[in-house]
Write a protein that binds this ligand. Structure first.
Ligand code: CTP
Length: 431
């Protein structure tokens, strides 16, 4: 990649030291980096460090070198602005357009992509004020990456850690690779009149390394098993391959991935957090718990719609003196996807799957369109099962329906290729 002008904003948090490593990474990749710390950031890492590592003077104020009008020029000339760490205070100031120091002026004058990497204590990150500020910024086209979970400044742990410099570097590079105007505060909103058109994706999908960096995705995979007695269950043919391909692909594209796995026939990729479940009720509990802090939730699992009303404590035996078979009463399982849609936090993307066949009442596409509206998710991935290309197979062919009316036919390919195409459809919705 050609050398680009990157502004590295640094907020006043202890993770400021990690920004020095990020700065080195940008410099090693040949980019021109101008560091703009806040006054508070200098309590953690001093101006000489930033100046020496970047090769540029460092100021926090609009009153230095006024003849060069830095409060306007630095932002205008930038190809990318990255703020790491972005404190709760800085997010609030950016969300509300305050301009009390050089960094907030840069944020107001920049028209390039802006990436904010928050780092703070969990209480501050989950406070409704911060949640609202992040929503405002994301709606405006700013990329706000999810903080990592783990050890915070003291002995406490939770979401709020600055992601590792390498992850931030990957996310920053993928923003620089986007076509001009595609992301950032000046990005053009999607044309609603495009709804209803069918887009044909290239078979190879458009895997973009690092474009899910800082995002937390939760994927369910496999089938549920509904016990009848200690040895029998009602199950289905799902192998979990598609859900696991989605997990693996998201991991490769930089996301933190939680997989809620029912019965699966393939290994879980290393690096994925896995929660094993058996029944639909367990899957609902695990999905609801994991979805709380997620950016994307994908229900790729084949959930049993019904379960036996009661589970026999002992193995159900044949009667010795009668040919009668037991009658098993089923009850409805909850719709996990509908529950996730109802409870989703602002900006969270929810993706459902639908295995459909055409019948006398409509085509598979028509049934899926109705299901998308009924379930209220953002995307619905349609498998036309009449073609027999789903359960247990290595390859598949899907159509991705969007809540905006878009219909994208993904050509037949491996489940990994198709997973890439699904993340390609999710990615623009995250911005
Ligand atoms: N799903 C779910 N909970 C259920 C059933 C399905 O979350 N109890 C999810 C699936 O994981 C999938 C989507 O809902 O993402 C659609 O599943 P499907 O079985 O096609 O939908 P149903 O609502 O069960 O509709 P149908 O009556 O057509 O089976």
């Amino acid at each position: 990649m050609a050398s680009r002008r990157i502004v590295l904003g640094v907020g006043g948090g202890i993770a400021a030291y990690k920004a020095a490593l990020l700065l080195r990474r940008f410099k090693e990749a040949g980019h021109d980096v101008r560091v703009v710390p806040t006054e508070a950031a200098l309590n953690f890492v001093g101006a000489p460090t930033w100046a020496a590592l970047s090769g540029h003077p460092v100021s926090t104020s609009v009153w230095d070198e006024v003849h060069e009008v830095p409060h306007v020029r630095i932002g205008q000339q930038a190809d990318l602005v990255v703020v790491a760490p972005a404190t709760a205070d800085l997010l609030a100031r950016a969300a509300h357009g305050l301009a009390g120091d050089l960094l907030t002026n840069v944020l107001l004058t920049a028209r390039c992509p802006v990436l904010l990497a928050p780092a703070m204590h969990t209480e501050m990150w989950t406070h409704p004020a911060t949640v609202a500020n992040v929503t405002i910024l994301r709606e405006r086209g700013v990329t706000v990456v999810e903080p990592a979970s783990g050890r915070l400044t003291g002995a406490d742990t939770g979401p709020g850690r600055l992601p590792e410099p390498e992850e931030l570097f990957a996310a920053a590079m993928s923003l620089l690779e986007q076509p001009a105007g595609a992301v950032g505060p000046g990005a053009t909103a999607p044309d609603p009149s495009a709804g209803g058109s069918v887009t044909q994706l290239p078979a190879a999908g458009g895997a973009v390394p690092g474009d899910l960096a800082g995002r937390h995705v939760v994927v369910s995979a496999g089938g549920t098993r509904e016990p009848l007695d200690p040895v029998r269950f009602l199950g289905n043919r799902s192998s979990g391959r598609q859900g696991i391909a989605l997990a693996q692909t998201a991991l490769e594209r930089g996301a933190k991935v939680t997989l809620v796995a029912g019965s699966i026939e393939v290994a879980v990729p290393e690096g994925v957090d896995v929660v094993r479940v058996e029944t639909a009720l367990q899957m609902r509990e695990a999905m609801n718990a994991a979805a709380g802090g997620a950016d994307v939730v994908v229900m790729a699992a084949a959930v049993a719609d019904f379960r036996p009303q009661s589970v026999a404590e002992h193995k159900i035996k044949k009667s010795a003196d009668s040919e009668d078979a037991p009658v098993i009463t089923l009850v409805r399982n909850p719709d996990i996807l509908a529950g996730l849609v109802a409870a989703r936090r602002p900006g969270q993307i929810v993706v459902g799957f639908a295995a459909e066949t055409g019948d006398e009442t409509g085509s598979a596409l028509q049934h899926a369109t109705a299901k998308l509206a009924r379930k209220g998710c953002d995307l619905l991935v349609l498998n036309d099962v009449a073609a027999g290309k789903v359960f247990g197979r290595e390859d598949t062919e899907v159509t991705v329906l969007g809540a905006d009316g878009s219909v994208t036919a993904v050509p037949a390919g491996s489940k990994t290729t198709v997973a890439g195409a699904i993340w390609d459809a999710v990615h623009p919705l995250l911005a």
